[in-house]
Ligand binder design. Structure first.
Ligand code: BGC
Length: 756
């Protein structure tokens, strides 16, 4: 207990902050110890103190005096957006020495793909198809954040997204429930470690429950209507997996889900989250979402909003003091009761206790300095960026660059942009840390002439809420004359160089929150630049930097090599330089089906099929209904052959596991990684069954010429689903198809039976 601190003077406290060991919990706190501790605390706390614990204040919107006053009065249990460790220490000092029961604060922050060192965006992590890589990336992020005094990440976002118009597709794992489950659980493990309170780890917050990714038209914040079939079989599955992996907290979404706002949705927050999935942690609302229940035509006034969110199961309110201002009245009138209040506060206190904050709430400033953008952080970010890039096309083995290349034209608005290389949601990054692609290539190829220019400039042209952090790029080419000159200069460089690398896509503020689009084209005059570069007849490599699949139909026909690097982060330039030169070999696979045009979205591989299945052109007469690149697809600098699919037994029982194996051979000249993917199809069910569904995968490394037998396991329980006809989870006997390959177009086929 921190009681002795009360007697220390200020200087002694400062000494104490800097000498505090970073030791956090040395082992998990038992349930019994946590319950006993919290029971004793609750018995002493006043109702006002308990309500204070349910408030999260936005530190960056408050003055120093205001945040200290709130803490002193016990009106706040958590702050978000305080990243200055000295300020965090001072607020903790007030909380643990000047409030009656010394309850520490918990500091939360959006650590989406790194804290100060930024890694590739979460959609890119999913493209690695390597859950251990995602786990490691988030554990490194947790380490850096914890050293700065953050104990809680508002991450991972596990919302399935099948519509790339939605700007937040970049924050999730893409379209597929199975890949989404693996990535959700891995990221929770990465943030939290082996147990809550593990040293150098923090709490995860799974968000935004639920269905946010399906907002109408891909428009951010718009309502969502999802059938129970889609909710249970697709959209809720990554949440269930994250809770099973032990996620400590959940954030409710902004949206209306089937007519009920998520922040007031009792079914979602109680029936599903707590009763069905056994969640024991706490729920935080999204920013202003409780207040906005009045805007949604749901709550009559702020008091009603507080009551409805509280009763639905939102433990903590983010940013608007609605609980602080209205729960006291609701308690007085008996609308809510003291035991209900205790139940709401309990998991918050318990998490603070498990994190060790009651005994060690402070940041060690020396350690903080040592942990930020360390060499180990950089290495990990670079490796992740290399593992997440997806090679979409490589005609004539244009990549990797030939050793004989003497000059490279590096063209495009994103080629030397430190801010854009980081991507959106890199709120605490410092762009000065970034290795841009220009810098990475310059360092990598000192003997090669690098001709760098933008060619065109791009900007959203409409303010983003995040522009306060990174200003919208300032256009420097103001007159038509200047723009013409720069464009022509770029094409001149293309002509001069042996080979051109065009880095095109979206500025960081073009994807993320409030960054939805009605089109998927390359913004500004980038397509024109690309076409003009290709028209020179010189070899052109397109490097796409963006948070979503873009419409690259023309490029897919006319540009020989296309590499999607998403937003690669702080070490992006080094990673891309390694990839372009062959020191790293691309191994990413698409976590989304890549549409040909915006008219195809939402597009995903695991659809149901009805009338004239053999005729895909019955779907559109003006466009193929197939994606440009399928889910799970990605090339390498080498080639793989997958064959000899075998199942250990062609019939399994409901408690068995299907053991399958394939042979994979690296038939090329360099070592590389491939992802072996297994898809099943239930031939008949009580509800229609999708054409194929991913059920297992494994990323394997093979030396040149090497072949391996890869074993994959599909437990029979993986074949269960929620049946719309039975209104229940079912596991139905019958015949199944099985395909194995390295994309969702896998062709190795066999069949098996699930016995009654
Ligand atoms: C976003 C959340 C985020 C929160 C705090 C909201 O606008 O929807 O994802 O965690 O802000 O920054």
């Amino acid at each position: 207990m921190p009681l002795p601190l009360r007697t220390l003077n200020c200087c002694a406290l400062l000494l104490l902050f800097s000498s505090y060991s970073s030791a956090q919990q040395s082992g998990p706190v038992s349930d019994a110890a946590a319950t006993q501790f919290v029971d004793a605390l609750l018995a002493k706390m006043s109702s006002a103190e308990k309500i204070g614990q349910l408030e999260q204040a936005a530190g960056h919107h408050l003055s120093k005096d205001q945040s200290e006053e709130l803490t002193r009065k016990g009106e706040v249990g958590s702050f978000l957006f305080i990243t200055d460790p000295e300020r965090a220490n001072e607020l903790q000092r007030i909380a643990v020495t000047e409030t009656p029961h010394h309850v520490p604060l918990i500091f939360g922050y959006d650590i989406i793909h790194g804290f100060r060192t930024i890694g590739p965006i979460p959609l890119a992590l999913a493209a690695s198809w390597d859950p251990s890589l995602a786990e490691h990336a988030q554990s490194m992020a947790a380490r850096e954040a914890r050293a700065a005094g953050i104990q809680w990440a508002f991450s991972p976002m596990v919302d399935i997204a099948r519509d790339p118009r939605w700007g937040r597709i970049m924050e999730g794992a893409g379209e597929d429930p199975y890949l989404g489950e693996q990535m959700a659980a891995a990221q929770v493990r990465g943030f939290q470690g082996a147990y809550i309170g593990a040293p150098d780890h923090i709490l995860a917050c799974v968000k935004h429950l639920g269905g946010y990714g399906a907002s109408f038209g891909g428009r951010d914040y718009d309502s969502v209507e999802l059938s129970e079939n889609e909710l249970h079989n697709v959209y809720l599955r990554p949440y269930r997996a994250a809770i099973a992996a032990g996620a400590a907290t959940v954030m409710s979404a902004y949206i209306d889900l089937n007519g009920v706002p998520a922040a007031g949705n009792r079914w979602l927050l109680q029936e599903v989250l707590r009763k069905e999935w056994g969640f024991k942690g706490f729920v935080v609302s999204d920013w202003d979402a409780v207040k906005n229940l009045t805007v949604q035509g749901f709550a009559a006034d702020p008091t009603d909003a507080a009551q409805r969110a509280f009763s639905a199961g939102v433990n903590m309110e983010m940013a608007n003091f609605i609980y602080r201002d209205h729960l006291p009245e609701l308690l007085r009138t008996g609308t809510i009761t003291e035991p209900q209040l205790d139940e709401a506060v309990r998991p918050i206190l318990e998490m603070k206790y498990r994190l060790g904050l009651f005994t060690n709430p402070y940041v060690d400033l020396d350690r903080f300095r040592a942990e930020q953008v360390s060499q180990a952080q950089r290495e990990s970010a670079r490796h992740a960026a290399e593992q997440t890039a997806v090679l979409l096309k490589n005609e004539g083995a244009l990549l990797p660059l030939a050793k004989s290349v003497k000059s490279v034209a590096l063209i495009g608005p994103l080629a030397d942009s430190s801010v854009d290389t980081l991507g959106s949601w890199s709120l605490h990054s410092n762009p000065a840390d970034t290795i841009t692609i220009a810098r990475g290539l310059r360092d990598k190829l000192p003997g090669v002439q690098l001709l760098v220019t933008k060619g065109v400039e791009i900007a959203r042209g409409q303010p983003s809420v995040f522009d306060k952090q990174f200003a919208e790029p300032k256009l420097t080419l103001l007159t038509d004359q200047e723009r013409k000159h720069e464009f022509a200069h770029a094409i001149d460089l293309v002509r001069q160089a042996d080979v051109t690398v065009l880095v095109l896509g979206e500025t960081q503020n073009m994807s993320g929150e409030r960054a939805s689009r009605a089109t998927l084209t390359l913004p500004g005059r980038q397509e024109e630049l690309l076409e003009a570069a290709v028209a020179t007849g010189k070899p052109v490599i397109l490097v796409i930097m963006a948070g979503r699949p873009l419409d690259i139909s023309w490029a897919s026909q006319n540009v020989p090599a296309i590499l999607d690097i998403w937003y690669p982060g702080t070490e992006g330039g080094n990673a891309v330089a390694n990839l372009l030169t062959g020191d790293a070999v691309p191994s990413g696979k698409l976590p989304v089906s890549w549409p040909r045009s915006v008219g195809q979205v939402p597009i995903f591989y695991n659809t149901d099929l009805t009338q004239v299945p053999e005729s895909p052109d019955a779907r559109y007469w003006d466009e193929s209904s197939a994606p440009l690149y399928p889910f799970g697809y990605g090339l390498s600098y080498t080639a793989f052959e997958i064959d000899k699919l075998q199942v250990a037994s062609s019939s399994i029982t409901r408690t068995d596991t299907l053991h399958l194996s394939v042979r994979i051979q690296n038939t090329g000249k360099v070592a590389g990684d491939d992802v072996v993917q297994a898809y099943t199809h239930q031939r008949a069910g009580s509800s229609s069954r999708p054409v194929r569904e991913l059920k297992a995968f494994n990323k394997v490394h093979l030396a040149a010429g090497e072949s391996k037998i890869v074993n994959l396991n599909i437990p029979a329980s993986e074949l269960s689903y929620w049946s719309s006809a039975k209104l229940a989870d079912v596991l139905e006997p019958g015949a199944f198809d099985l395909w194995v390959g390295d994309s969702s177009d896998a062709t190795q086929h066999t069949e098996f039976k699930l016995e009654p």
